[in-house]
Design a protein around this ligand. Structure first.
Ligand SMILES: [Zn+2]
Length: 96
């Protein structure tokens, strides 16, 4: 069983968390092609080794985490709040 360190709750067993998907997949632009959107929604790699993933502390504080984990050994290298790893929205400049 994995032991995942939540930044708020401390180290907890894997069964308190729900896997949330690949954290390396980037959302395409709103006007991207249908193929790009298909890949974004349905196509996933099955990487072996170090990988970034989303995990939801569903039976804890309910926060989303980004976990860097080795998919072969299950060693966890880091955890951080997902909001810290998301690209921040760009503010438009100029007059309103
Ligand atoms: Zn937590």
């Amino acid at each position: 069983m994995l032991r995942i360190e939540c930044p708020w709750c401390g180290v907890r067993n894997e069964d308190e968390f729900s896997y949330g998907g690949d954290a390396t997949v980037e959302r395409p632009a709103d006007d991207a092609s249908q193929d790009d959107w298909y890949d974004y929604v349905y196509t996933r790699a099955n990487p072996a080794g170090r990988h970034r993933e989303y995990w939801h502390h569903i039976n804890g504080c309910r926060a989303w985490l980004t976990v860097e984990r080795d998919t072969m050994t299950h060693e966890i290298f880091s955890t951080e709040p997902t909001s810290a790893s998301l690209p921040q929205p760009q503010r438009k400049t100029g007059s309103l």
